[in-house]
Design a protein around this ligand. Structure first.
Ligand SMILES: [Ca+2]
Length: 333
């Protein structure tokens, strides 16, 4: 790739698989493939719940509502139990497609994942593959500056050294060590795509975490319909004082594809992610823990931030949505 623009994808908090469509809405990703940034209304509690088992005490507020008891992640439908939620699964009733990715341990056994991790390590960007359960609460808003991250290795050697787009992200983490994300990626002063992920597995220690996500990315450029199903593994060091994430390292690996690949779609995904077994590794020195009000490309409303297409209800009862590219639109209660 030679575009001067930074590439969107693969840099975000751990989820990103590395799609880099700089497209209009619709060229982006479903189920959180392209980005992984996230942040729900977590007024206060962020980043550093600290102690062993801290996830159990996570103080995660949901949106504009109050602090409901955190009983774990809302139900996810995964009929075949392979870890890919049904709407993000290339074959929702077949546990052998794309394979068993139901736990971090299973994910780490996959030879394609192993190859990507080895490639990142060889490039000096070893991803920490924690499986410990003493994770901090990482709910909150995060910001990676445009161009702060870059790609360090890939399955076909392409895109190495290329700058990565910035990310604004909302993370909602749950007591069962899972998290959801909503994010917007931006470069050159404009948003380029948005994405969501659900049920990402959070592992690690209070000071260093690993996120394991299972995603679907869809390219619809020029009328195409081409999907990639990916695993992303990302690690970060948590600054206990600020809640910032440092030394982020992420790999994205494609396990399966669907549809007819067009040249535009091939170009839109980083490196060779458009092919089964394709992978990309990226690093980002800093993901700052911020307040919703510090974000520019997500829709900010009543101290919370949202990605395009999300809906919420104001304290007044007004029904709101985040319209493209990032404007809040509400109707009276
Ligand atoms: Ca499934």
């Amino acid at each position: 790739m030679s575009e001067p623009q930074a590439a969107a994808g693969a840099t975000a908090e751990a989820g990103s698989a590395g799609a880099m469509q700089t497209g209009e809405a619709g060229a982006g990703t479903e189920g959180g493939a392209a980005s992984a940034a996230g942040a729900t209304d977590t007024a206060g509690a962020a980043g550093t719940a600290g102690a062993a088992g801290a996830a159990g005490t996570a103080d995660t507020e949901g949106g504009a509502g109050g602090a409901a008891p955190d009983l774990g992640h809302p139900a996810i439908t995964d009929t075949d139990g392979d870890g890919f939620e049904d709407s993000n699964d290339p074959d929702p009733n077949n546990a052998s497609v794309p394979g068993d990715f139901s736990t971090p341990e299973k994910i780490l056994q996959d030879p394609r994942v192993k190859a990507a991790l080895a490639g990142a390590k060889a490039a000096g960007a070893e991803v920490a593959t924690h499986t410990e359960l003493t994770v901090p609460n990482v709910s909150g808003y995060y910001l990676i500056a445009d161009g702060a991250g870059h790609f360090v290795a890939s399955g076909d050697g392409s895109d190495v050294g290329r700058a990565a787009a910035g990310t604004e992200e909302r993370i909602t983490s749950y007591a069962d060590r899972t998290l959801d994300t909503a994010s917007v990626q931006f470069t050159g002063g404009a948003p380029v795509n948005f994405g969501f992920s659900q049920g990402t597995l959070l592992r690690g220690t209070p000071s260093e975490i690993t996120l394991y996500s299972r995603n679907k990315g869809v390219c619809t450029l020029n009328g195409a319909s081409f999907a990639i199903y990916t695993i992303a593994i990302g690690s970060a060091v948590i600054d206990a004082t600020s809640g910032d994430w440092k030394t982020q390292r992420t790999i994205g690996v494609t396990l399966s594809t669907q549809g007819t690949l067009t040249s535009a779609c091939a170009d839109s995904f980083a490196a060779n992610l458009e092919t089964t077994g394709g992978w990309v590794a990226s690093v980002s020195p800093l993901s700052s823990f911020v307040t919703a009000g510090q974000l520019s490309y997500m829709c900010v409303d009543e101290k919370a931030a949202y990605a395009p297409t999300e809906r919420w209800t104001r304290a007044s009862g007004a029904s709101c949505t985040c319209a493209l590219p990032h404007s809040v639109s509400c109707s009276a209660p």
